[in-house]
Design a protein around this ligand. Structure first.
Ligand code: FAD
Length: 417
């Protein structure tokens, strides 16, 4: 009897998980490797960072999602290197051979050549990042309450968010709401309502990936929450508690949050395929890499213009669709009816939330903002969140916060005395 084909999937994010859920074949055994034990719903990370949700509500153990798949085993481990010609990967020092490899390791926060800024301006990519931001933001209010110096209090109650894309906008809006509504009653010596949230964006409008009218709507909604927006402004330097702009202006802040850039996993370099400046692999139309038809790259790690001329964006629907596409190719190949069709991205629309009842959305020709966009955002995020328990828990948290202006996940952990 012929031995089964070893299909190794690297990464249990949106792309890797979608592949595993779509791919089944009696002639294949699948190994899924991830360095976290959970699949993370990154679109709601900013809510963990701003105390709206707790970590377990937006993550689900990978083993429990795939528990019924006896043809698949999950390995918790860090992928260290990939050797395409030897057809093996190295996970925690151990060799893992493959017949087919699905590379779905996603991306990471990029500081545009200034990795030293990370120490002063955390990015938002993992649960650990979100919990760090939540701790530091909440702690700054505690320190302001303890301070007797009004100037120091104001510094601690200043939050600078760098990057006016959806993540920066969501973070800025949620920080403003946290200060204006949630914390306002809780302190005696400071007034959290005096918090300054400053959003810095290099181009001339926030939400550059949306039509300009929606970017302007987004700005209006953020300003209504009290967020100060600086467009057309580049950051020159970041140090502990200080942001220096190209104009020479220096902003002192209790928290500086980075939402300005992402690049692909550094392991894309090991594939030996051409890459763009952000490290994304220039895949072939079927998502395989040149010279290695049994190695596929999906999700945030690819740079591809599809046959319709659409640049495939780094968003979760694109990663999911790519995972499903490769699953179909592999099934056809194992059935000895190979069909290497090009990947086409189906754009179902995009949305960003700004705050309570405030959002922008674009779905096909429809562009809308405000309450309808916010309801659509709520609905879409609940539908795609993995796990029934998580959906119920998140729905309840949102309902509770909507009615009471309270946020439950405000526990500060990891204090060092
Ligand atoms: C804060 C934030 C908000 C976002 N909001 C939205 C949104 O509203 N809508 C939207 O569509 N998209 C959004 N995105 C983008 C979306 O999350 C990504 O496009 C999507 O996650 C990409 O899927 P992926 O499978 O390529 O990578 P990921 O989902 O990032 O998965 C990569 C996996 O690889 C694992 N991994 C990485 N390196 C290693 C290693 N060396 N060894 C082992 N495992 C490893 C990681 O643990 C992770 O599980 C957001 C992203 C962020 C960070």
């Amino acid at each position: 009897m012929e031995s089964k084909k070893r299909v190794v999937v690297l990464g249990a994010g949106f792309g890797g998980l979608a592949f595993c859920q779509a791919f089944r074949h009696p002639a294949a055994e699948i190994t899924l490797v991830d360095r976290q034990n959970h699949h993370l719903f990154q679109p709601l990370l900013y809510q963990v960072a701003t105390a709206g949700l707790s970590a377990a509500e937006i993550a689900q153990p990978i083993r429990s999602i795939l528990r019924d798949r006896t043809d698949l085993s999950v390995r918790l481990g860090n992928v260290e290197s990939i050797l395409p010609t030897e057809k093996r990967v190295v996970v925690d020092g151990n060799s893992l051979p493959f017949d087919y490899l699905i590379f779905a390791l996603g991306g990471r926060t990029s500081y545009f050549g200034h990795p030293e800024w990370e120490a002063f301006a955390p990015g938002l990519k993992s649960l650990a990042d979100a919990q760090r931001i939540r701790r530091e933001v909440l702690l700054a209010f505690e320190q302001a309450e303890n301070s007797l110096d009004p100037k120091e209090q104001q510094r601690l109650m200043t939050i600078v968010v760098i990057g006016g894309g959806p993540t920066g906008v969501e973070l800025a809006g949620a920080c403003a709401e946290l200060a204006q509504h949630v914390l306002r009653q809780d302190f005696r010596r400071i007034d959290p309502g005096q918090t300054r949230v400053i959003l810095i964006e290099g181009s001339h409008h926030i939400l550059g990936q949306f039509p300009e009218t929606l970017g302007i709507r987004g700005e209006e909604q953020l300003k209504a929450l009290g967020v100060e927006i600086r467009c057309g402004t580049l950051v020159r330097e970041i140090s502990q508690g200080t942001v220096t702009l190209q104009s020479g202006e220096v902003i002192e802040a209790g928290n500086i949050l980075w939402a300005a850039g992402v690049s692909a996993s550094p392991l894309t370099a090991a594939l030996g395929a051409p890459r763009d400046r952000a490290g994304r692999v220039q895949v072939r139309p079927d998502l395989s890499i040149p010279d290695h038809p049994s190695i596929f790259v999906i999700g945030d790690a690819i740079a591809l213009v599809d046959p319709n001329g659409v640049t495939v964006p780094g968003v979760s629907p694109a990663a999911i669709q790519a995972g499903q596409h490769v699953a179909r190719i592999l099934e056809s190949e194992l059935d000895a009816r190979p069909r290497r069709v090009p990947f086409r991205y189906w754009d179902k629309g995009s949305m960003a939330t700004i705050g309570r009842s405030a959002a922008v959305a674009k779905m096909g020709p429809l562009e809308f903002s405000g309450y309808p966009a916010w309801l659509a955002w709520l609905f879409v995020h609940l539908i795609f969140l993995i796990g029934f328990r998580n959906r119920v828990a998140v729905l309840w948290q949102w309902f509770y916060s909507y009615l009471t202006y309270k946020r439950g996940a405000r526990i500060i952990t990891g204090l060092k005395w």
